[in-house]
Ligand binder design. Structure first.
Ligand SMILES: NC(=O)c1ccc[n+]([C@@H]2O[C@H](COP(=O)([O-])OP(=O)(O)OC[C@H]3O[C@@H](n4cnc5c(N)ncnc54)[C@H](OP(=O)(O)O)[C@@H]3O)[C@@H](O)[C@H]2O)c1
Length: 280
């Protein structure tokens, strides 16, 4: 059951697939079945979060699967209300108990919550949890360059990954350049912009027709060619497979720029600007 997904190496030496699977709202037995199907389809990187209340569901899917645990990469995330050092360490352990896992491959700070201003303390807890073997690789989500600079200044340790909102309506060009300069991998959340308006975009329809692919495949291929690790979610096995079939065609420079032209300064899906927005 070897997966066809190309792999990249992170700044801490971890190897990770260039396409993963999102699980937001996938909970309970139905969620576990859906995630199990995604693993069957060939996904090896599975995203979750303490705040999705589905770490247990992901753990159950891992146990239902015949793919050995060590071939899977499981992610969870620290919520904003547990940024203090002691609470962060307890939360990481609680995340592991919920999933019934011995370690997470990735543990990320979910939001910087800059007004609360405790993310550097939380980061120190992640650094120590990694040292103690609870996590293999540590990263962040939704961190702006100034937040990452602060982590570097206070701890000397850069995240391996920054998971950010990235889709054709918000292509994050500057943030991606910053990641490249600092050897931080970009991971795209809502990579399909939740598959609403995007499916009606003429420019995407035209490119999809030219390659005999679906719009979702074109968007995910665009993500891959940008160098970002997309984590699309789908509850349907058919669409899970469809979203993986993106490694047998490529987009031209012109097509890449046409997709980039859909980007707008206010293109975020829910106006969640990490400089202001906080989530607990
Ligand atoms: N770090 C953060 O702050 C953060 C924030 C948001 C999300 N995330 C993570 O990112 C993951 C992905 O983002 P997302 O779930 O928000 O959105 P998404 O992956 O962009 O879109 C998911 C939606 O697209 C539909 N879809 C998937 N494949 C499709 C296809 N081939 N054709 C048509 N429709 C398709 C799905 O419907 P069906 O299920 O019916 O296929 C679902 O409604 C999340 O699940 C979560 O793990 C992280």
């Amino acid at each position: 059951m070897n997966s066809q997904i190309p792999v990249t190496t992170l700044n801490d030496g971890m190897k990770v697939p260039m396409l993963g699977f999102g699980t937001y709202t996938m909970n309970g037995n139905q969620g576990a079945q859906g995630i199990h199907h995604a693993i069957d389809a060939g996904y090896r990187l599975i995203d979750s979060a303490y705040n999705y209340e589905n770490e247990g569901t992901v753990g159950e899917a891992v146990r239902r699967s015949s793919v050995p645990r060590e071939q899977l990469m499981i992610t969870s995330k620290l919520p904003g209300r547990y940024h203090s050092y002691d609470k962060a360490l307890i939360t990481i352990q609680e995340s592991l108990y919920r999933a019934q896992l011995d370690y997470y491959d990735f543990y990320l700070i979910h939001w910087p919550n800059p007004k609360q201003e405790m993310y550097a303390e939380a980061w120190q807890a992640l650094i120590d949890a990694k040292r103690w073997g609870l996590i293999r690789s540590i990263g962040v989500c939704n961190f702006l360059p100034e937040h990452i600079e602060r982590l570097k200044k206070e701890t000397g340790v850069l995240p391996s990954i920054n998971q950010i909102e990235l889709h054709p309506y918000f292509n994050q060009e500057e943030q991606r350049m910053f990641h490249e300069e600092h050897h931080i991998a970009t991971q795209s959340w809502s990579p399909l912009a939740r598959a609403k308006n995007i499916l009606g975009e003429e420019v995407l329809q035209e490119i999809a027709r030219a390659h005999n692919k679906s719009i979702s495949q074109v968007v995910l291929r665009w993500q891959y060619q940008l160098g970002s690790i997309a984590i699309p979610r789908s509850s349907s096995h058919e669409r899970q497979c469809e979203n993986m079939a993106i490694f047998d065609f490529s987009l031209s420079e012109t097509e890449m720029s046409k997709i980039a032209s859909l980007t707008r300064a206010d293109g975020r899906l829910k106006d969640q600007d990490p400089a202001e927005y906080e989530e607990f």
